[in-house]
Design a protein around this ligand. Sequence first.
Ligand SMILES: [Zn+2]
Ligand SMILES: [Zn+2]
Length: 149
Amino acid sequence: MKGELTGGCLCGAVRYTLREGLRLNAYACHCTDCQSRTGSAFSEHMLFALADLAITGELDIGEYDQPSGAHSRIYGCAKCKARIYATNDAREGMASLRCGTLDNSASFVPAGHVWVRSKQPWIGLPEGARVMDEQPRSTEEWVAFVGLA
Ligand SMILES: [Zn+2]
Ligand SMILES: [Zn+2]
């Protein structure tokens, strides 16, 4: 989706605006890390250029060393703990937005599903959905898989 996007946390203490810029289509991640992080079955993300994000409110930062060796930071509201976006040092300048925090989150249909090999067995994917057993390994591969927004 093009244009300026807005969103925020559950309690309203954190709000953000994402300027139009380098942005990829949303995707769903069914990896076991996302299942543990979110306490849910999968997460919905969208990769974007961090420089395009303007955010207000107090943030908490969660830190995690991924199995790949990349160090990730997860930024969320200090008050309600809703997670907003994450960065990792393997993709400098880019971040992944938690799509459920967007004001118009229903407009973001995942363009692809990654880590389908660990998808919860009761989740059915739409016919013709783009799927990967694991995930793209570079920003270029991500662009090829989900496409630029
Ligand atoms: Zn909050
Ligand atoms: Zn994941």
